[in-house]
Design a binder for this molecule. Structure first.
Ligand SMILES: Nc1ncnc2c1ncn2[C@@H]1O[C@H](COP(=O)(O)OP(=O)(O)OP(=O)(O)O)[C@@H](O)[C@H]1O
Length: 231
């Protein structure tokens, strides 16, 4: 598998002189499934936000899909973001639009044609088992269902990488398990999946690559690991 993401000696120091991450080097292959774990403040969100381009590194290089992010101009970022499907708990659905319209808006934002939209939305909703909710409004959906729609919205533009920050934070056990299995299905399609989480029980069930952070540094990086495994 080819290398899709490279962090080369990357540090992020916030304006208050707080280190987000310190000299992190890592590689993620195309098609990988990676959990970023670690205590509060260990640097998980910093890595996610660097990947999405929401923040810039203080030093070091980040290369994604052969693009050196440090050198991307503001105007190039929307193009870069098209290879990402980002699932943040606070990227909410638009309340007065149906599920279909929410996905349609995401596709129109990337300039997709009506034909492509009509084809892709049922496929994305089918992938997460939510086809029946297509004409529903968000207020009539459960937390787990809303999260599945967020997943469908993240995959509808056919991204190379899905990035999720604490996906199970607001979900009960069964919904979380369901969501994790959907991430696995998405990964099976060849999409690289990166999940920052505290959810030990699901990391342990999934047995994927586990990168453990501590104080902004990599403490362990284990393939087919469990939460807390560092070698
Ligand atoms: N915007 C910011 N301004 C200043 N310091 C920040 C900022 N964001 C993060 N930090 C600091 O950077 C360090 C890493 O934080 P980060 O949010 O990346 O950790 P995390 O592992 O995602 O934590 P959590 O699990 O609580 O989300 C912490 O010391 C934090 O206080």
């Amino acid at each position: 598998m080819r290398i899709l993401i490279v962090f080369n000696n990357v540090s992020k120091i916030y304006p208050n002189n707080e280190f987000g991450i310190e000299k992190i080097s890592l590689e993620i292959k195309d098609g990988d499934f990676v959990f970023l774990v670690g205590k509060t403040g260990s640097g998980k969100s910093t890595i996610i936000n660097l990947l999405t381009g929401d923040i810039k590194p203080t030093s070091g290089d980040i290369i994604v899909n052969n693009l050196l992010l440090n050198q991307l101009s503001q105007k190039d970022f929307p193009y870069y973001r098209r290879i990402l499907g980002i699932i943040h708990n606070d990227y909410l659905l638009i309340e007065n639009k149906t599920v279909y319209q929410n996905l349609e808006i995401a596709m129109l934002a990337t300039g997709q044609s009506g034909k492509a939209i009509r084809k892709a939305i049922p496929l994305a909703l089918g992938l997460v088992g939510m086809t029946k909710k297509m004409e529903e409004y968000p207020q009539n959906l459960s937390g787990g269902e809303i999260f599945k729609i967020l997943m469908a919205r993240a995959v509808v533009n056919n991204p190379k990488i899905i990035i999720a920050d604490e996906p199970t934070a607001h979900l009960d056990y069964d919904s979380s398990l369901d969501i994790m299995s959907l991430f696995s299905d998405i990964n099976q399609l060849g999409i690289t999946v990166i999940i920052a989480t505290h959810a030990k029980e699901f990391v342990d069930i999934m047995k994927k690559r586990v990168i453990t952070l501590q104080n902004g540094k990599i403490l362990g990086d284990v393939s087919k690991g469990k939460y807390g495994w560092i070698i």
